[in-house]
Write a protein that binds this ligand. Structure first.
Ligand SMILES: O=C(O)c1cc(C(=O)O)c2c(n1)C(=O)C(=O)c1cc(C(=O)O)[nH]c1-2
Length: 256
């Protein structure tokens, strides 16, 4: 018998595995992207803020679809019962709506026609392709990787807190109504993370599965980072791609 042990194949302890997952955020989460520094410190023009709201809409409206894609492959009713709350957070009830409607209130608050934003017409091709890659990943990859890809939410409350403070301090459009989306996420995301982190730590117990979960989370940080790279290139550097929203389009009559 071969006595040489390949340590790379030894499973990580639960604590080591969690630390590796968290390290992905330390190194790669989009809180470190220069667009976020600019947005949160009041450095964005209103054109840049509007471009962010329009493009981020693609992510917002796709999140429940990627969660539905996950549910469609999930055989365990207990897991489905927990996971479906993610769709409820975004879609909400008929009367009140949920995160999606709150995002459109932000769109209106920054002076955009919410019907235009909701149509997705102005979204850049790059944003669409990137977000689509996330939906496909969750639809096609093994369940542990699909679930682990959502764990960027571990790092989201810190950026949402920073965003709420930064928007309120620096922009006239920011008020209780327009930032409601981010306030709700402060309680929704930790609820999702508590369950999903525990599930991933419990179910990815072989080294290959643990590495696949870490790779899934890394992929997701790329999804988030690449969206901001595209946004910067188009609206800070001024290379707006054909067909995408142009500053000045789809304005509400009275712009803030
Ligand atoms: O503003 C952000 O920086 C940010 C990041 C993330 C994330 O880390 O994926 C999400 C959200 N917001 C968010 O609002 C949200 O609903 C959400 C769902 C998910 C997911 O992968 O299922 N991520 C995120």
């Amino acid at each position: 018998m071969n006595s040489i042990v390949n340590h790379n194949e030894l499973p990580l302890s639960r604590a080591e595995f969690e630390a590796r997952l968290r390290q992905v955020g330390v190194e790669r989460y989009h809180d470190k992207h220069r667009f976020h520094d600019r947005l949160h410190s009041g450095g964005c023009t209103m054109d840049e803020v509007q471009a962010w709201v329009i493009n981020r809409w693609q992510y917002q409206c796709s999140i429940p679809m990627k969660d539905a894609a996950f549910l469609s492959r999930c055989h365990d009713p207990d897991l489905r019962r927990v996971w479906r709350s993610r769709i409820e957070d975004h879609d909400g009830g008929v009367e009140d709506g949920g995160g999606i409607r709150r995002w459109l209130r932000l769109a209106e608050g920054v002076g955009l026609d919410p019907a235009y934003v909701a149509s997705g017409r102005g979204v850049m091709p790059a944003t669409r392709f990137i977000v689509d890659a996330y939906i496909r990943f969750v639809r096609d990859e093994p369940p542990v990787a699909a679930m682990a890809s959502s764990l960027t939410e571990m790092f989201a409350p810190a950026i949402h807190t920073r965003r709420i403070d930064g928007l309120l301090e620096h922009y006239d459009f920011a008020d209780r109504e327009t930032i409601a989306y981010f306030r709700h996420r402060l309680t929704e995301a930790p609820k999702d993370v508590r369950f999903t982190l525990d599930w991933v730590l419990n179910h990815a117990v072989t080294r290959p599965d643990q590495e696949a979960a870490i790779a899934a989370l890394t992929f997701k940080t790329d999804v988030l980072w690449a969206q901001l790279d595209a946004l910067w290139s188009a609206y800070v550097d001024g290379n707006v791609p054909p067909g995408a929203w142009k500053p000045g389009e789809a304005q509400l009559a009275a712009r803030p």
